[in-house]
Design a protein around this ligand. Structure first.
Ligand SMILES: *Cc1c(COP(=O)(O)O)cnc(C)c1O
Length: 409
């Protein structure tokens, strides 16, 4: 079994170890929840202060031009593009993941007007299921649920779009995205990927996968802060024909011509709807600098090493306490998180949080731990497993204080 000394040796040999200094992390905290809300990157505070004091406070309305506020959705989109294997001009930031997904599913249905089915998975993230259902209602489509382990079985010539989440938010299971995309294309459907638990954590190659559409979240592994803008990707082949349902003035070809009728902007810009949230967008922009000079390939190597270590420790030390590891063992199907199943997962997570090890709980019995390769150390992984073993041995999770449920879990 790996010892703490082994973990320290892994840290010394880690070529990415200095990236941790790009984040404001309280001493002693082991933060395994960057897949829910990434920590605060260094440089964000300064940027917010400048946006508020100088750009808004002093320069006021001129900042739309002089500080290029109007260009933020495209600039931030271009920064994200590098992390998801997309051309810079095929990604735009804005809205929330829910809204972006709705826009893309409707737009996809309109690109395949003769087809009546949208395919998704039964255990998709709830907002994805809701928005896909809402889009289907609007477009008169039927929702077909596929088996995530056999997507092609649900595909036929009646499918307009296949909308799946690349890494499952609970189990961390990851699709073979290139293969699934090819299967969707084989029946003439469009492929849309939700990258909420992928962007910034695992290798995503939208171009190589030949994906049509994608959405993702700014506040998880991209560390853009609570409620950060989301992003959307559209393959260049659809730019001219994309007809999205929330066609507001920021997606107009000439927003400030204030024309009576809508004319979509060329390219990805037509996906925009209303005025961008400038302060949130600036935060995300500054936060993305934490990825400067690093490739997703390098991050993926470390991410797998972190989850490998945690899984090995869980097998050795936690299985005897009735804990099972839910994430796939196969690297090709594993995201950047590990889920542990235990009947008292809620109390376990609360007891860990009290010890400074922050993960989260997902219904009904999952303790979920996200491993961001940007700032986590191998000793953090080792210490987290040690704390968990102690909590299980002492039955600390039984304390009444660890049973009370808060609104957000
Ligand atoms: C986090 C997450 C979302 C969040 O959607 P919002 O609209 O940003 O609240 C959506 N889908 C998936 C798969 C997620 O993991």
């Amino acid at each position: 079994m790996p010892s703490r000394t082994d973990a320290e040796a892994l840290d010394r040999a880690d070529p990415l170890r200095d990236l941790r200094s790009r984040f404001m992390l309280r001493h002693g905290l082991i933060y395994l929840d960057g897949n829910s809300l990434g920590p605060l990157p260094v440089g964000v505070r300064e940027r917010v202060a400048a946006v508020v004091d100088l750009e808004w406070g002093r320069d006021l309305i001129t900042s739309w031009n002089t500080h290029d506020w109007i260009g933020l959705p495209a600039r931030v989109g271009a920064k994200i593009a590098r992390l998801i294997g997309a051309p810079a001009d095929c990604v735009v930031a804005g809205d929330s993941t829910s809204v972006q997904l709705f826009k893309l599913v409707v737009a996809a249905a309109r690109l395949r007007p003769d087809r009546r089915v949208v395919v998704t998975e039964p255990d998709n993230f709830p907002t994805d299921s809701y928005m896909i259902a809402a889009a289907a209602r609007l477009c008169g489509l039927q929702v077909r649920l596929c088996d995530p382990l056999d997507v092609p079985a649900s595909l036929a010539a009646d499918v307009s779009v296949v909308a799946l989440t690349h890494v499952d938010y609970r189990t961390g299971r990851m699709y073979d995205a290139a293969a699934v995309t090819a299967a969707a294309h084989d029946v003439g459907a469009l492929m849309s990927w939700d990258l909420c638990h992928s962007a910034g954590a695992v290798r995503v190659d939208l171009d190589e996968w030949d994906a049509d559409l994608a959405v993702g979240c700014g506040y998880k592994y991209l560390n853009g802060g609570p409620g950060a803008p989301a992003f959307a990707y559209v393959h260049r082949r659809w730019h001219d024909d994309l007809d999205q349902p929330l066609a507001g003035w920021m997606g107009h070809a000439a927003p400030f011509a204030l024309e009576h009728d809508y004319r979509p902007a060329p390219g990805i810009a037509r996906l925009q709807t209303g005025t961008p949230s400038v302060i949130s967008m600036a935060v995300l922009d500054a936060a993305l600098d934490a990825f400067e000079g690093v490739t997703m390939d390098e991050l993926r190597v470390k991410s797998l090493a972190l989850t490998d270590l945690f899984i090995a420790l869980a097998d050795e030390r936690l299985a005897t306490h009735g804990v099972t590891v839910e994430v796939p063992r196969d690297h090709r199907h594993r995201g950047s998180q590990v889920c542990l199943r235990h009947p008292h997962a809620y109390g376990l997570v609360q007891a860990l949080i009290a010890r400074g090890v922050v993960g989260d709980f997902r219904e009904p019995d999952l303790a979920r731990f996200g491993f961001s390769p940007l700032y986590l150390r191998f000793v953090d992984v080792w210490d987290a497993a040690e704390h968990l073993a102690e909590v299980l041995e002492s039955r600390e999770w039984e304390r009444p204080a660890y049973q009370a449920r808060a609104t957000v879990t």
